[in-house]
Design a protein around this ligand. Structure first.
Ligand code: KG4
Ligand code: ZN
Length: 379
């Protein structure tokens, strides 16, 4: 018998819903983002994110449920849900409390009205399951049918080291099997995504944090003569690499922002703060963050005799990071298999929530579900 999971994710500034069939097929995936609303404030304003999510949740659900409905039906959406959906997966944390509550209260209302149980999901841990999907490049705001990778579950050889790099987390896990996961270490202060976002704001990019840094960095490395710039010690911009040798699985990026502030101040004093130096700063910020992520992950992979390395979370969409991982794996002389989700499934989405729920199916009653803003990512 077919089993459908309706997944809902609203932990930060996205509102997302998806329907997953038999833990294998993505029947639909719908995402609304409030990024533009926050643009002029230089960061996500939780209250505004939650207000946008209240507005978006019904349209997003409507879009996600569309493939289950026949045209010109008199059936209500609750009736459709009752007819098809076996469980509702919802992010319960970590995240912004006001945002989490919108997804959770929606899930609880549906569960209360239909009797369908809820599967609570830790969205940071769910991120890594974006690697267990094939053909997902077509996943977009529009409902679409994609096949999940029963096949790729076989390709990911265990043990695997999983690096989850998002706006709020930089975490390393060892996966001994798909269900046997152990946290190794992670964020001590600012996460990698946060470092990208904060330094992007410092450099005057109003929006899109890491993606803006990546774009500016690539302008520096393609349009300038990178080698001669880097060789010219006078114009060289250098930032620290916080490797924390005593804490191989921990990450600390707060000092990077402080160092970048100093560089920007000094460039301004020397009247050297212009497009070219801004791009050079972006390049060096990206180099610093990606150097640290790559070195620590490869180290963890060697220590744990890993066969695969899995990247996930918003920062995993960084093309320089992917490129460096490929290079580092080649240089390591060990044939680790590298996995990174398609770009659309790196950042927050409901598909990964549904996939996680289909693997770790522990449905409970609606009145046992609560939002946990600081839900632990240590397992
Ligand atoms: O996983 P995600 O959507 O949300 C959280 O769970 O936090 O990650 C968002 C983070 C942001 O910090 C954003 O700047 C970063 O992912 N990000 C990137 C890129 N695209 C998004 N960082 C570096 N390079 C990118 N191309
Ligand atoms: Zn996330």
């Amino acid at each position: 018998m077919n089993s459908h999971i309706l997944a809902i994710e609203s932990s930060c500034d996205e509102t997302a819903a998806a329907v997953i069939l038999n833990g294998k097929t993505i029947l639909s995936s719908s995402i609304a983002s409030s990024t533009l609303v926050h643009k002029k404030y230089g960061g996500i304003v939780p209250e505004l994110a939650a207000r946008e999510q209240i507005r978006s949740i019904i349209p997003v659900l409507t879009e996600a449920l569309a493939p289950l409905r026949t045209k010109n039906t008199n059936e209500t959406y609750m009736q459709t849900i009752k007819r098809y959906i076996d469980a509702i997966a919802v992010t319960i944390g970590p995240g912004l409390i006001g945002s989490l509550l919108i997804g959770i209260e929606t899930a609880k209302t549906i569960s209360f009205a239909t009797g369908i149980p809820i599967i609570p999901v830790n969205h940071v841990i769910a991120h890594m399951f974006a690697n267990f999907i094939i053909q997902p490049s077509a996943v977009s705001r529009q409902p679409s049918a994609n096949i999940l990778e029963a096949e790729s579950k076989r390709l990911i050889a265990f043990p695997a080291i999983s690096l989850v790099v998002s706006g709020g987390h930089t975490e390393l896990y060892v996966m001994k099997s798909i269900k046997n996961i152990q946290w190794l270490g992670g964020t001590l202060d600012d996460a990698a995504g946060e470092a990208f976002d904060k330094t992007a704001r410092l450099l005057g990019f109003e929006n899109r944090g890491g993606a803006a840094i990546q774009e500016a960095a690539s302008q520096f490395s393609t349009t300038q003569n990178l080698k001669s710039k880097i060789k010219d010690q006078n114009s060289k911009i250098t930032l620290p690499r916080p490797y924390l040798p005593d804490k191989p699985y921990s990450f600390s990026f707060s000092g990077l922002k402080t160092a970048a502030v100093r560089v920007v101040d000094s460039l301004k004093k020397q009247k050297q703060y212009k497009d070219e130096t801004i791009q050079q700063c972006a390049y060096e910020i990206q180099e610093s963050i990606t150097d640290v992520l790559v070195r620590k992950t490869i180290h963890a992979a060697k220590i744990h005799n890993a066969h695969s390395i899995l990247l996930s979370g918003g920062v995993a969409s960084n093309t320089r990071l992917r490129e460096k991982f490929e290079g580092a794996i080649q240089n390591s002389g060990i044939s680790f298999r590298l996995f990174a989700p398609p770009f659309s499934l790196c950042t927050d989405n409901a598909v990964t929530i549904g996939i996680y729920a289909s693997i770790f199916s522990t449905p409970i009653s609606w009145n046992e579900i609560t939002a946990v803003s600081n839900l632990s990512v240590e397992i």
